[in-house]
Design a protein around this ligand. Structure first.
Ligand code: APR
Length: 307
């Protein structure tokens, strides 16, 4: 399994490290900045004798070196600065994503593309249009990250281990994120039996604002440890076809009553991309929120065409 990671900034480089350390695939790290991916890849390889992994990572500025990739992770683009919304990045990052996809797609025509650049949902749509790949082979990473943040906040609130918390968010990567309280559990118990409505609302709002909370603290750039962990989880699902259900930004064709738009829903991934969109039982409010998120993304994607 060969994974190309485009963009060797904070998200790209930490993803390369996680994927290589876990032995999930050989990694090609690429960037427009000369020397950056080469230096980072060498640095990762030099840590291999201590950490005990196979040093299967190279850095390059030449797309020819990415040919034949099974997965292409796109992290190239500008991160948010304090006070910015993800949507403020639309114009600048659309140009970057277009350039990247035009360069990387021809050499890896069978790859699954995993988009990470923000605004996530719209950039995933753009990558699918520019690549011309079947929609099932272009997915966006947001739900695994948003869900991990929510799971962590619940664990922190209740003083339990984060791994005992199961929770999922659907919808968009932003204000119209859709949390699913009825599906969340802590040590197997329904979350709704453990916390009151006010606490739930507070945890959900913190999850919606979690990216901005980190941006405000860092003052320069945005989060990368949790994002790279989430990307690596998706790469693992694609590499191993483990059948686990993960939330991801994918093209819906009637599932949840949503058609012809990218939006965050639960899926099973494999080396051929989206194997299946899993249709959870949603109540009216949850379904309404998911459809509203999808319509919001559809409108923004129409704006993209005017850029
Ligand atoms: N081709 C290849 N690489 C590019 C291009 C391009 N056209 N344009 C920019 N890059 C590279 C930059 O040189 C830089 O190394 O993308 C990298 C971005 O790195 P950072 O600025 O550190 O940003 P990062 O924190 O990694 O976030 C990247 O992921 O989570 C999202 O919102 C975030 O959109 C942002 C993206």
């Amino acid at each position: 399994m060969r994974v190309t990671i485009v963009g060797s900034g904070f998200v790209g480089q930490t993803t390369a490290m996680r994927v290589v350390e876990k032995g999930l695939a050989e990694v090609v790290l690429i960037d427009i900045v000369e020397g950056l991916p080469q230096g980072l890849a060498l640095d990762i390889r030099e840590s291999s004798p201590i950490e005990g992994f196979e040093p299967n990572v190279i850095g390059t500025n030449d797309y020819a070196d990415t040919a034949g990739s099974d997965v292409v992770v796109i992290t190239a683009g500008f991160p948010r600065q304090p006070g910015m919304s993800r949507m403020d990045l639309l114009g600048k990052n659309a140009a970057v994503v277009r350039d990247v996809v035009e360069n990387v797609a021809p050499g890896s025509p069978s790859a699954v593309i995993v988009l990470v650049t923000n605004p996530l949902d719209e950039m995933t749509f753009l990558a699918s249009e520019v690549s011309g790949f079947p929609k099932r082979r272009v997915v966006g990473m947001a739900g695994v990250l948003d869900s991990a943040r929510l799971r962590y906040f619940i664990a922190e609130e209740l003083g339990v281990s984060p791994s005992s918390v199961e929770a999922m968010t659907l919808g968009s990567h932003g204000e119209s994120m859709v949390p699913l309280p009825r599906h969340a559990t802590v040590g197997g118990k329904p979350l709704t039996e453990l916390v009151d409505q006010g606490t739930l609302e507070r945890l959900y709002q913190r999850t919606r604002d979690a990216g901005a909370e980190i941006v405000a603290l860092l003052k320069k750039g945005s989060a990368y440890y949790a994002p790279s962990a989430a990307i690596t989880r998706m790469v693992r699902a694609i590499a191993r076809g483990d059948r686990d259900v993960l939330p991801a930004c994918v093209w819906c064709e009637g599932q949840y009553g949503i058609r012809d738009v990218y939006v965050g829903v639960p899926v099973r991934l494999s080396a051929s991309g989206v194997e299946e969109i899993v249709e959870l039982e949603l109540n009216e409010a949850e379904m309404g929120a998911l459809r509203a998120a999808a319509e919001g993304i559809r409108a923004k994607c129409a704006d993209l065409a005017k850029l």
